[in-house]
Design a protein around this ligand. Structure first.
Ligand SMILES: O=C(O)C(=O)C[C@]1(C(=O)O)C=C[C@@H](O)C=C1
Length: 311
């Protein structure tokens, strides 16, 4: 965007979601215009339609795993690029309208991911309570404030934002959970390599023996580590899967570029989802001497020479 036009960021709303906290953490409280959306598909659609410049969406959680709406939303439809990853520690409170007695809580609403991360604690604190899915933790808090449910599992900031009282703090079954969000934008210039980057892909493998091994081999032989791999149904028919994966390195790195072009040959489909700085506080594994850009460059020079009749 140009100097005077603020960047429009779509995110999973309403105000008070973890997605909003992650966005504020990433771009600052005054970093552009925040556009709350009713769901991940709507946030991605806003970017595809040009109604937002970027969207911040949850991709995976350290306890509950991947967020299918984001995985599938990036794998299908017009291509989008991940330009950044953002990590946020998530902790949940149980919140109700002022005056609610904890033993009077019969229904608890939240985002399915949040309900899953607190299921054990809720069963212990509120035996027999009915968990109800909401489009986000903050939407659940808003619904409780509106009298639709008795309590919500949400961020402390959402309880405050919707005038709720905290009935129980830290209701997560596994303390220390972290959610990984990604900032996605329309196709355009890639973030410059930093030396500590990740690349995300979706690979559709054929229905043949060893197809996944072929994919993994292209990374292994070039000394590229994977940081995540999981399968999703392609939704064509039972038995056809795509693999969503993140690897170490930037597509501008010779070893990653070569691996991707090899995957383009061996996979039935390959979608590049972006190369962006690694932000989980960890360093990529050192590149082995035979997989550096210099080693690939030297080998390409040698091949040119051989093809020209040299030895
Ligand atoms: O509902 C929210 O507040 C969100 O930002 C979504 C979301 C998720 O999709 O996992 C993000 C973090 C928590 O793990 C729970 C919910």
């Amino acid at each position: 965007m140009t100097g005077t036009t603020p960047t429009r960021y779509a995110y999973l709303g309403p105000e008070g979601t973890f997605a909003e906290s992650a966005l504020i953490g990433a771009v600052g409280p005054d970093g552009g215009v925040r556009q709350p959306m009713p769901g991940v598909p709507a946030a991605l659609a806003a970017v595809r339609a040009g109604d937002a410049d970027a969207a911040l969406v949850p991709l995976e959680n350290s306890v509950e795993g991947s967020v299918p709406a984001t995985m599938d939303g990036l794998a299908d439809g017009a291509p989008l690029l991940i330009t950044r990853e953002v990590f946020l520690a998530v902790s949940f409170v149980l919140a109700g309208r002022p005056g609610t007695a904890p033993d009077g809580v019969r229904s608890v609403a939240s985002h399915p991911h949040a309900l899953a991360q607190t299921a054990g604690t809720l069963a212990r604190l509120l035996p027999g309570v009915v968990p109800l899915p909401a489009t986000s933790t903050a939407e659940a808090a808003r619904q409780v404030a509106a009298g639709e449910h008795d309590a919500a599992v949400c961020a402390p900031i959402a309880a405050e934002r919707y005038g709720l009282t905290v009935l129980a703090d830290d209701v997560a079954d596994h303390p220390g959970a972290v959610t990984r969000f990604v900032l996605v934008a329309p196709p355009g210039p890639l973030p410059a390599p930093t030396g500590n980057d990740k690349t995300s892909l979706v690979a559709v493998v054929g229905d043949r023996t060893g197809a996944l091994l072929d994919v993994l081999t292209e990374f292994a032989v070039r000394g590229i580590g994977l940081t995540r791999i999981e399968s999703r149904p392609t939704r064509e028919r039972l038995g056809v899967y795509s693999f969503s994966l993140d690897c170490e390195g930037h597509v501008a790195d010779a070893r990653v570029g070569e691996a991707l072009s090899a995957l383009h040959r061996v996979c039935d489909g390959l979608r590049f989802l972006g190369s962006y700085p690694r932000a989980d506080g960890r360093e990529n594994k050192p590149v082995t001497p035979v997989s550096t850009d210099a080693a690939f460059g030297e080998a390409a020079g040698w091949l040119r020479q051989v093809r020209a009749g040299g030895v």
